[in-house]
Structures are given as structure tokens and as C-alpha cells.
Write a protein of this length. Sequence first.
Length: 365
Amino acid sequence: MPEKKSEAFSKPDTLLLTLVLILVTTGLLVLFSASEYNGRVRFHDSAYYFKKQLFATALGLGVMYIVSSINYNFFIRLAPAAYLLSMVLSTAVLLVGQEINGSRRWLSFGPLSFQPSEFAKVAVILFLTWQIERTQKKTGSFWFLCRTMLSLLPIVGLVGSNNLSTAIIILGIGVILVFVSSPGYIQFIGPACAGVGFIAVFLAAESYRLERLAIWRNPEKFEKGFQTIQGLYAIGSGGLFGRGFGNGLQKLGFVPEAQNDMIFSIICEEFGLVGSISLIIVFGLLLWRLCVISMHARTLTGALVAAGIMGHLAIQVILNIAVVTNTIPNTGITLPFFSYGGTSVVFLLGEIGLALNVSRQKKFG
């Protein structure tokens, strides 16, 4: 009997791994199609972005394997140090960060660049899990809710000063983890109202944020609405089954940086409504599997880790698709496993490694 139990604990979630590999493989193919034109024009190499993303993906898969082999409690013990490091790195970005396309979000280390905000997402999941685990008997109190969310303000302020979209994701992760760990609902009403008020004041504090709202409502009246309009053209021209892989037209200089935030519009154009809905279903299955892993985790710690990863992916997928379809104002959020970005894919696959490790320690009976 003990041998059977040990064998069960050592087996990772095969379905989760399969879904991730499907997304990673499809993401690389779509990225190649979306970035081919920009790579050829800018770097005289149609596979420029693809090769860099392929390297990052290979590195990320290695990280995923290593992380999945290490007990997740080891990373929880490092959570306070990781959280402090994320604040140090985010401060460094403000002081000596590299500016790309008008945004200062990267730290350069020779030929390599690193985006600390991606590390901050993982650090927040681990830190909040560590914090909630230490006070799990008091998770129903209003003070617990306030203290937990206040502990996020330093990193949210540092990241949000130049990357509002990631700050929103970090806050969302915090809300989800607190909600999952709390037995009640009433204590969320006050903070929710305060949060809405804070967002309203935050948007009104800077004129360019109000301008984004105006562009969202009437993109055709603003020069900066060009990207949104072209993205909608791409979605509409895809029809039911799309133009076919590699045959999209909007990526040929019409949709700016098609391989980044707007890559979902290229998916719609080349694979149509059927292809885009199929992708959403795969993402939905991935989130469902993470939810199952969270519910069957042996400990509260494992459940929170899996729930935090699920929340991160859910927020990012929903917001990206909502932005591309002009359902919400543009926030510059990438589509997980598809948009170009080496730091993003490495840390995403690292998070999946954590989830796989949690799945190895299921609750039985």
C-alpha cells in the first residue's frame, strides 16, 4: 500500500501538461506567421522573432521541468525574499531601465533583456500564499483582507508607475487569493467599492488615461485608434474559417506590432471564428484543470498556489481578448503562450511547473 501511494504522489497531471504543450506549440506557429513580415522588414530575417521565442520557450520548458520536480513548499519558504527582490528589480527599472517603444519596462544584461514585472507576478502568488498560510485561522476577518491587500501596494505602485496593465493583474491575483481563502463574502463589499473609487480617481489623475477611454469609445476619431481599427478589420475579415495559416493581410504593416498584444486579431483573421473559439476552449480547459488541481491539493498552500496561477492566466487571457475586440480600453496585456516575449513565456512555464508539482501531491479518498 505505501508503494502505491508513493507512485500516485509522483505522477504529474497529464492533461494539464498536454494542454500547455498544445498552447506552446500552436503559439510558436502563430507567432511565426504574425511576425514574419516585421522580422523581414526590420531585421532582414523573417524568422527573427520566432527564433528568439523558440529559445525562450525551450528555456521555459527546462524551467518547468525543474520546478515541477521540486516540492512547492521550497518556493513558498523563499516567498518573502522573492517579493523583496521583485520590488528591488522594479525600482531598478524606474532608475536604469531600458526604454522600448516608449515604455521603460526592461533591464538589460548585455545582449539579454529581462522584464521584472513578469517575475513580480510569480513573486506575488508565492508571497500571498505564504502570508495567508501563516494566518489561515483569521482569513475571515476584515482586518485580514485589508492587511493582505495593503501588503501589495508597494509592488503595485512600483509596477503601475510604468506598466498599468501588470499592476491590474497583480491586484487581480491578490483579490482572487484572498477570496479563495476567505469563508465569507460580506467583507468584500467595502473594499470593492473603495477599489472602484480608486480606479476612477487613478484614471482621472492623468490626461492620457482619459484619452484611452475616449479612443475606446470612438477609435475612428483618433489617430491612436488606428491599431484598434486594424485589429477589428482583421477579426472581421477572418469570417468563419479564416484566410488560412500564413495568409493574413493585416499583419503586413497594418496592425502595428502584430506579434505582441494584438496577436489574437491575427488568429481570428487566419483561423476564423472556428479557430478563435477553439483556442478559447483550450484556454478554458487549462483554467478548469488548474481549478481541479487547486480543489484536490493536499494542503491549503498547494490549493492557493494553483488558484493563484489559474487567476493570473484567467485575468490575462480575458483582458487581452477584451482589448483586441475593443470590449475594454487598451491596456497593453499580452496573450499567454502566444504573444512575443521571452521573459513572459519563461515565467509562465515556470508557473505551470509549480502547478504540476502541486498536482503530484493530490488529496485522495
